[in-house]
Design a protein around this ligand. Structure first.
Ligand SMILES: Cc1ncc(COP(=O)(O)O)c(C=O)c1O
Length: 387
């Protein structure tokens, strides 16, 4: 009987050193709701890493994106331009306010939004541009900021993948008026579920605090600035609970080492698969030198959809879980219902149908990384062989 090899999962939430002790400290402290000492500490660490002027921990990135929509007063008749190839929450946060998500195409070289498609989609109804740094590789910020300035449109930056990343030296998440982070357990640092809103526009800071706190001025009351708190604005309970913050704080304390573990795996994939990719006609993820990325993911772009399915099946048979990624939003059921697509998003469709992501997580054993490299390297594209 052959030895059964341990299955290599696609993603595994990182276990940080102090998380159990932190959780116990929270339960013992009697402060288990939001904005306790661990939230304060985690938020400080987040500000140091991101460079954001202010940040607010939230229950998810989705909620941070919803807060952005409320802060920009989005409503019926307003449009927000965003890439077709992104996570549904970017569009959901717009549609939830009764505004219309407008889907535009991406670039094949990065999976990031195509700035010229943004400019072409601007109408008198446009209220904001929502961008996402795919895999933490910065979008063309120079081009998008020029469009934003020319048309007076704020940028919402979905930086769920990009904490710690830089575009030409500038930290991702701080270029837009508002940036959104995710601490979902698939992310580099996590709190199970969780997120944060980075507020870079000083005019939005005070209101962000109120919107996150159920539309009340409770934070001001807790600081002794008002003698009772009351309902003053729209909002919801978007705070992160202290148990999640306890985990997040311990994860952020290890940020540098988590990043270097991921970077090492990313570098191994990139260098070890280069010859295979060239031989079989596959493109490897290859960010430009000026885009420092946080090794959130590694993908290969197969020559066709059949080869995407082929590689995924090949890996599955070897006990390795690869994964595709976003299903384009412009043709999704809710995208068709709530959104608008001025021009066909062909690249988004193509990218989505050819992309394969490889397992990548901090703490992934070296022999797992080697098995992935060998497994991918033994895949021969059928179409190539026939050609
Ligand atoms: C680009 C992007 N934005 C937003 C989200 C949503 O994050 P959350 O689960 O924290 O709401 C995800 C989740 O994977 C994502 O990939």
């Amino acid at each position: 009987m052959g030895m059964t090899m341990e299955r290599i999962v696609f993603s595994k939430p990182y276990r940080s050193r102090n998380e159990l002790a932190n959780i116990e400290a929270v339960l013992d402290s009697g402060h288990v709701h939001g904005d306790g000492p661990f939230a304060v500490s985690a938020n400080r660490r987040l500000q140091a890493i991101s460079g954001a002027a202010r940040s607010f921990l939230t229950s998810s990135c989705t909620h941070a994106l919803e807060m952005a929509s409320l802060l920009l007063d989005l409503g019926p008749g307003h449009e927000v331009i965003l890439p077709s190839f992104t996570f549904p929450s970017a569009a959901l946060a717009v549609a939830r306010c009764g505004a219309t998500p407008v889907f535009v195409d991406i670039r094949l070289s990065s999976g990031n939004v195509d700035p010229s498609a943004i400019e072409a989609a601007i109408t008198p109804h446009t209220r904001a541009i929502s961008i996402m740094h795919y895999g933490g590789v910065g979008v063309d910020l120079d081009a998008i900021e020029a469009i934003s300035a020319k048309h007076g449109l704020p940028i919402i930056e979905d930086n769920a993948h990009g904490l710690g990343g830089r575009w030409r030296g500038r930290r991702l998440g701080t270029a837009g008026a508002l940036g959104a982070q995710s601490f979902h357990d698939t992310k580099n640092v996590h709190s199970g579920e969780g997120g944060a809103l980075l507020v870079n526009d000083v005019n939005l800071m005070e209101r962000a605090e109120v919107i996150r706190d159920g539309g009340t001025n409770r934070s001001r009351f807790l600081r002794g600035h008002v003698d009772k708190y009351t309902w003053i604005d729209i909002g919801s309970r978007y705070l992160m609970g202290e148990l999640n913050a306890a985990v997040l704080d311990s994860q952020l304390a290890e940020f540098e080492s988590i990043q270097s573990m991921r970077q090492a795996i990313w570098d191994t994939y990139s260098s070890s698969l280069a010859d295979w990719a060239k031989n079989v006609g596959v493109e490897l993820m290859s960010p430009p030198a000026h885009a420092e990325h946080p090794a959130h993911l590694f993908y290969v772009l197969m020559p066709s959809h059949d080869e995407q399915l082929g590689l995924l099946a090949h890996l599955r048979a070897l006990g390795i879980t690869g994964s595709f990624h976003y299903v384009p939003l412009d043709s999704s059921p809710a995208g068709l219902r709530y959104g608008r697509t001025p021009q066909e998003c062909r690249v988004s469709e193509d990218f989505s149908r050819r992309l394969v992501r490889l397992p990548l997580w901090a703490g992934m054993p070296d022999d797992f990384v080697s098995r992935v490299v060998e497994g991918v390297g033994t895949y021969q594209c059928a179409e190539r062989i026939l050609a």
